[in-house]
Design a protein around this ligand. Structure first.
Ligand code: KG4
Ligand code: ZN
Length: 341
């Protein structure tokens, strides 16, 4: 079964073609440059860029998969959570294509996409993974930070989540305060490599409570107050130490709650996903944690499967198609910016 998947929930215009759970093509048109000077994603700019890019991105995905709309059976599209104006472009495109070509439509949750990115296979059906459930997933991106218990594919329970900023957002905001570019996560990663993580003392909000929710806004505020009166030269001279201190605080908070959740849920396997999982330090820390619990851990190895992409939406589409979960009223389908998993 060939599936066309579409994803426009944030600032990447994405389309992919699947053969069941195998990704044949996975095209991402990034808008990072358009948003960089604002230090974050501007919804209306995202919407306009999606409108300009969606057709060529879909055409490229079909072409790279050596196929045409005629051979597509199902269209899967992200309906939320995400930025409403951005989501609207993908949802409308998917509806139009489904109606015009008489295809079945599947509505996908973006966060489920990040989780099932771990089940994506390449053209050759690799990797073959046997993930034992229940699995405990840490999803960390610019929009979400959640610990989710996956009882089985399609059956999820959110165990903990951020009460304010997402972890990626916290990294992006700190980078902005330091006068660095966007997105801040990868820039901080590079700077932190040879920085002293003890350079700046920062709090770990909610660290010692036994609850599993996160809060990153206090950390960001504390960072702001510590450096706000520094002359620019002092910030510039200490970028490595600042980045290392801040990144260490964010990751320590992430791991502490995740560890508590593992102890509480006693899962059979661990998974991690989302844009921040591109970070090598975090990946290493998670592997060490998994080893301590003697549990297997799954993380997408390819960068494109960690950050926003349509391949992961296609994987969800495949599993929903297997369960016959098609949209009944195609014309009536709407985006759902706060769609809960
Ligand atoms: O999943 P994603 O592409 O989009 C959302 O759904 O939000 O995640 C983007 C986030 C940004 O906050 C970005 O700074 C962060 O992922 N990120 C990283 C790295 N690469 C991307 N954070 C830390 N280290 C990285 N290497
Ligand atoms: Zn995402």
């Amino acid at each position: 079964m060939k599936i066309l998947a579409i994803e426009t929930s944030c600032d990447d215009t994405c389309a992919a073609v699947m053969e069941n759970d195998r990704i044949l093509s996975n095209v991402v048109s990034s808008q990072t440059n358009l948003h960089a000077k604002w230090g974050g994603v501007v919804p209306d700019i995202a919407k306009r860029a999606h409108q300009a890019n969606i057709e060529p991105v879909v055409a490229t995905a079909l072409k790279r998969a050596s196929t045409t709309m005629d051979n597509i059976e199902v269209i899967a599209v992200t309906i939320g959570p995400g930025l409403a104006p951005a989501l609207g472009v993908g949802v409308n495109t998917a509806k139009e294509l489904a109606l015009k070509h008489g295809k079945k439509l599947i509505a996908v949750n973006h966060v489920e996409g990040h989780i099932l990115a771990n089940l994506a296979k390449n053209r050759n059906g690799k990797p073959e993974r046997e993930i034992e459930f229940p699995a405990l997933v840490l999803t960390v991106s610019g929009g979400h930070t959640k610990i989710i218990l996956v009882n089985s594919i399609g059956n999820y329970a959110v165990i903990g989540e951020t009460l304010d900023d997402a972890a990626g957002e916290a990294l992006d905001k700190a980078a902005k305060l330091m006068g660095l570019g966007y997105p801040g996560g990868p820039i901080l990663e590079r700077l932190a490599e040879d920085g002293d993580s003890g350079f700046l003392e920062l709090p770990r909000p909610m660290a010692d409570k036994k609850i599993l929710d996160y809060s990153f806004s206090g950390l960001k505020t504390s960072f702001y107050y510590k450096i706000k009166d520094w002359p620019k030269e002092k910030v510039a001279k200490n970028l490595h130490g600042l980045a290392a201190s801040y990144q260490t605080a964010v990751f320590e908070m992430l791991l502490r709650k995740y560890k508590l959740a593992i102890e509480k849920c006693e899962p059979k396997s661990l998974m991690a996903c989302g844009g921040v999982m591109a970070n090598m330090t975090l990946r290493k820390q998670l592997r060490t944690l998994a080893r301590k619990f003697k549990l297997p851990i799954f993380m997408p190895s390819k960068k494109i499967l960690n950050t926003d992409n349509a391949g992961m939406i296609g994987v969800v589409g495949y599993y929903k198609a297997m369960r016959n979960e098609y949209v009944e009223d195609v014309e009536g389908l709407d985006r759902d910016p706060r769609y809960k998993i």
